[in-house]
Design a protein around this ligand. Sequence first.
Ligand SMILES: Cc1ncc(COP(=O)(O)O)c(C=O)c1O
Length: 386
Amino acid sequence: VTDSFPITQVVLRPGVIDLGWGSPDPTLLPVGEIGAASSAILREAGPSALSYGAPRGPGPLVEWLSQRLAGTRPPRPEWLVLTAGASQALDLFCTLFVEAGEIVLVEAPSYHLARKILRDHRATIVPLASGPEGPSTEELRATVAALRNAGKRCRWLYCVPTFNNPGGWSWPQACREAIVAEAAALGLTLIEDDVYRELAYSEPVAPPLADLAPEGVVVRLGAFSKVAGPGLRLGWLQAPPGITSRIVESGLLDSGGGIAHFSAMVMAELCRTGGFDAHVARMRTGLRERRDALLAALAESLPAGCRWTAPQGGYFVWLELPGDTDGTQLLPLAEAHGVSYLPGATFYPEGGGERHLRLAFSMYGPDALREAGRRLGDALRVDGAA
Ligand SMILES: Cc1ncc(COP(=O)(O)O)c(C=O)c1O
């Protein structure tokens, strides 16, 4: 193995604690459990674990998911289709439903690489301001009206309402209800990216938009990536049967069968035996401990004027810098102090977030996170003194 052909996406730089990666700590991943479930499924299902899979995904996992995702309105299995992670669910949805050049509203800030997928499909991205309180219905209505009055088609809004990437916050219940009602009135489909839902560090978690909206207003994306390992490449799309059946009948699934079939069979086994629930509990404990370590280090080490979110779930802390400190400009100095992050501007399509940073507490243990907080504090003090 050489540096040009690494095994994993994350490549670390010596001496730098890199809080830029939204990846799980490798020491938290269920390596032994996945090994045991793989052996068991090969023993029990034999060659059908290695065959072309059922296009929607293997029945036992689809049925388990339909229970797992049950809130007030459990999705029936026909509402689900398994994919190779949430990224591929979004990509496949765009392939089949979003026309080139079409507008997609994107919550700002929100996950920058979803924007990249949308751009791969030649969508035109229009930001919708958001934050801890979620987007405002007035602004949503005005933005859609302005676009439509200009003769443009506007059908989609991509958002991360629960344990937001990069903010860590969750839209309040009242905002959820107002946005789904407004979307329904406007004939807008909400693409709800819900990959962090399992990683709640205190109860209760706000209900998914998909549970609050009239049927057909929400397409919901989810995945096992953040909780059981992104290398499994296993996620899903939840939408009305008219949408999932179009996906199930697509050329991609007809040619290749169900996506990530072997991973799905292994996960079905892990879920059946209760191993998944036990792992989720360990993951929550491990990540809560990491969040607390980073938050304590920020409180101890950062200079006055810094403010940050205290996320109740997910992977991220969103930090506001003091005065006119710019997150992008600070980065080289921070890295010289041995800590890195993603500048806030990364998460805005058209400007914004200059005074913010996203810090991921997901990939390092508590000691490294405490050290990262100290290094960031040192860099900020040097910057302030300069
Ligand atoms: C909001 C959000 N959606 C999707 C993804 C990617 O999910 P997956 O690995 O399942 O493709 C990420 C990863 O950072 C994310 O933060």
